[in-house]
Design a protein around this ligand. Structure first.
Ligand code: GLN
Length: 448
């Protein structure tokens, strides 16, 4: 743990992955573990890891990268934080992100810019960009992220690491600062598939605090990863839409090479279609923003965080605190969301988006009925330059065209490295049936 902090002190001025370090408490815990003796049967005992700053940590500042929560010290731990702590991991700090997880480059943080671990002129992706950069740069071997529309998988892809967005409900969201509750999911970000599998088993399971958390049995995912023969005989779908217009040629080539590898190992890969995939981004920005506009009502200048000075009445407290506390992207979502939900526009926008969501779910169901999983790229391109897309929300939103449908359908999605284009990592995405993360890990392990 001491070495981890020494390394972070050396590397973080260049990477900017962390918003807060947990030095004192982490070293104290490490000393306790040393004194008690590391538990040889528990691979997580004494492992330093990092936590995205929208996951609450008792007594440790949790900001969601927003001025609104600049000095917010939670009074409880998120369920995932509690579970990891009980298994003996050591929380070294909180990682940077897009404000309230809204964004795809970590440039929407109110506090700092995080750099891609491979090329410091480029974004680390987002919104879990701090977690991805911390893992990819070797600061920690694992970090927690959250994924509402791609926020674990896209930064994992941009930094050449492994990221899992589990099935909706697999992991408790208690203590995750809510963005869009029907889409949000916490997940592990690691350097290897096996580490990722180990962490998912540790994080998953039912939680009485989150009624959407599932009672499905949680396998020992890592124990199932022993060789590459398990893909033999599997049927894999490669959607035409995932290799269509806008997808970089180098990214396509990397995915096709991975498909060949699966064929070599005895799987069949065939072209399939997800015809409504192209409406995913549009539906998502209505649904996610609507839910966000409701979830973010709690930041009213009274109950949590930032309160504006110089206010003359109650209305002023709300208006000024929210105007000054939220950044531009968050305000854009709140406006889009309240508009979509408003009486005159609900049918045309929110309801329509919900109907499109059902079509997207049905597309996946049809393909996954007779395919073990779906493969494709995580993003159309590799990591882009800092500053290149931030001024144009539509371009930024289109980054998630291949990840968003997976959240809309609540399915598990694994992002893992699949080669490079011009010295930058390409991410491959494996999408599975509900609660079948096992198959994704087995298929991902082929490339370990
Ligand atoms: N980039 C997407 C957005 O801005 C997804 C973010 C996320 O998954 N939290 O909404």
């Amino acid at each position: 743990v001491q070495q981890t902090f020494d390394n972070i002190d050396k590397t973080d001025p260049k990477i900017g992955a962390f918003l807060a370090l947990n030095k004192e408490a982490a070293l104290k815990k490490a000393a306790e573990i040393d004194a008690a003796g590391v538990d040889a049967d528990n691979v997580l005992s004494g492992i330093p890891l990092a936590i995205k700053d929208n996951i609450v940590t008792k007594g440790l500042t949790t900001t969601a990268a927003s001025k609104m929560l600049e000095n917010f010290k939670p009074i409880y731990d998120a369920t995932v934080v509690e579970k990891l702590a009980a298994l003996g991991t050591v929380n070294v700090g909180k990682t940077n992100m897009d404000e309230f997880a809204m964004g795809g480059s970590t440039e929407n943080s109110a506090f700092k810019i995080t750099k891609n671990a491979w090329d410091q002129d480029r974004v680390p992706g987002g919104s879990s960009g701090g977690s991805a950069a911390a893992v990819a740069s070797g600061q920690v071997i694992a970090a927690l992220g959250s994924d509402t529309g791609g926020s674990i998988r896209q930064p994992a892809a941009f930094n050449g690491i492994v990221g899992m967005k589990p099935t909706y409900g697999r992991i408790s969201r208690w203590g995750l600062i809510a963005f869009a509750s029907s889409l949000d999911e916490i997940g592990p970000m690691t350097r290897t598939v096996k580490d990722n599998a180990t962490l998912l088993s540790a994080l998953a399971g039912h939680d009485g605090h989150d009624l959407t958390s599932s009672t499905q049995e949680v396998p020992d995912f890592a124990a199932e990863l022993n060789d590459t023969t398990s893909v033999k005989g599997m049927k894999i779908g490669l959607p035409t839409e995932f290799l269509g217009e806008g997808v970089d040629e180098g990214v396509k080539a990397a995915i096709l090479a991975a498909a060949d590898k699966y064929r070599e190992l005895g799987a069949t890969v065939e072209e399939v279609s997800l015809p409504h995939n192209k409406y995913g981004v549009a539906a998502y920005y209505i649904i996610a923003s609507s839910e966000a506009s409701s979830n973010l009502q709690r930041f009213d200048g009274i109950r949590y965080g930032y309160r504006a000075d110089d206010v003359t009445n109650l209305e002023d407290v709300y208006v000024k605190s929210r105007s000054e506390g939220f950044g531009d992207e968050v305000k854009r979502r709140i406006m889009l969301g309240t508009f979509s939900l408003s009486a005159g526009f609900y049918d045309a926008y929110f309801k329509k988006a919900a109907q499109v969501r059902t079509l997207i779910i049905d597309d996946f169901k049809a393909v996954l009925k007779d395919h073990d999983f779906i493969m494709g790229p995580v993003t159309p391109t590799t990591a882009f330059k800092i500053g290149d897309e931030i001024s144009d929300p539509m371009t930024m939103y289109m980054n998630d065209i291949l990840t968003i449908p997976v959240n809309l359908a609540g399915l598990p999605g694994l992002s893992l490295p699949a080669g490079q284009v011009a010295g930058l990592p390409v991410g491959m995405q494996l999408i599975g049936r509900p609660f079948d993360e096992s198959t994704l890990y087995k298929a991902g392990y082929v490339f370990e």
